[in-house]
Structure formats: C-alpha cells, structure tokens
Design a protein around this ligand. Sequence first.
Ligand SMILES: [Ca+2]
Ligand SMILES: [Ca+2]
Length: 202
Amino acid sequence: MRILVVIPLFIALLLTPGAVARAGWPDYAPSEIIVTPGAFVMTPSGSGESLQDQGVAIELWLRDYIRGVLVDFPRQDLWLETPSVVGLTWCSGGRIADSNTDAEGHTSFRRALAGGGWSEAGLTVYAAGEAIAQTPFGGDTLMDLRVNSPDINGDLVVDLSDIALFGNDLVSYHFRADYDHDGQVNLTDIALFAGWIGDRCP
Ligand SMILES: [Ca+2]
Ligand SMILES: [Ca+2]
C-alpha cells in the first residue's frame, strides 16, 4: 500500500520541477567541484601524461534539486570548455569526464585530455550544457587551469605548421610552447615538442 502512495507523489515531483528548484538557480546548482589548479599539456592523441601526473585534477560531485545525488550520469554529458578567444579544439571524447558518476555522484577529470590549441583563460565544467560552479549555489564556474598542446594551430595534427609556430616562440616567449611550464621556451621544450611530431587524433 505504501508504494501505491509513494509512486504518484514521485511522479508529481518529477512533473513539477519548478516547485522544487529555487527560483533563478540552474538545475545543477547543488553540485560541487574541487580543482587542483595549474597548467597541463594535452596532445591530439591523448597519449600524453595524465592530468593527475601533471599535478592537476578536477573532482566533481553532481547533484540536482529533484534527485539529489546524480548516480551513473553519462560521462559524455560532462565536458570542459574554455572562454578563451583563441580557444581549444578537441578530438572526439577528448574533453569528457573519466567515467560516469558513481554512487556518490562523483567523477573526475584526471586522465589525459585529447586536443590542440592553448588557453590561459581557465576551464569550466559543463553538465548537459550547464556550467557547473565550484561551490554550490552560485560559486565561480571558471577554474584556474591553463592548457597548451604541441598542436599549436589547433587543427588536431602536429605537423610543419606547428613547427613554424614553435620556432617563433623560441625567439619570443609564449606560454603555448612552454611544455614544462617553467616560464621559458628552450631545449627542454624542443625535446618534448619533437617527440610529439606526427601526433594526431586516435
Ligand atoms: Ca597543428
Ligand atoms: Ca619550458
């Protein structure tokens, strides 16, 4: 008998999200992010060091008003974007979460990402098209993360065009070619860059 009462109540809740959601807040506002900030490199193939190995991590706990903790939320619907004018380009699946959310609604971005371009403008996690704030209910959505790639021009292959751009940055420092993020473009970066020539999307 109790189930017969609960089911219509549950359906009514699902059909009236406005009654549950706080006015003006996005659906995923109860969510939370803990970010370990810093700079990292990605390559088009995604075969480079993981974010974790580069000292960077994004931990996400996804929640909404109606269901609370969102379990088994598909990783394909959790992705990263940058507001940078120059921007980043991504290989298929190169910017999505590591896994579907677990029983606590948790997932992370710790594995290597796959793409090109560069950005010093920060990154934002999106869930089904909605920007997620770092603290629940109205926190900052922009995470202090910088990213560069040997695919400097962002066409998702590391080739002669990128070598020419890299050469420019040897003369005049640019973050995009500083692959160990030490504030210089020098022999160390040349060695790293050379190892990525020919890299492309899987
Ligand atoms: Ca390229
Ligand atoms: Ca460097």
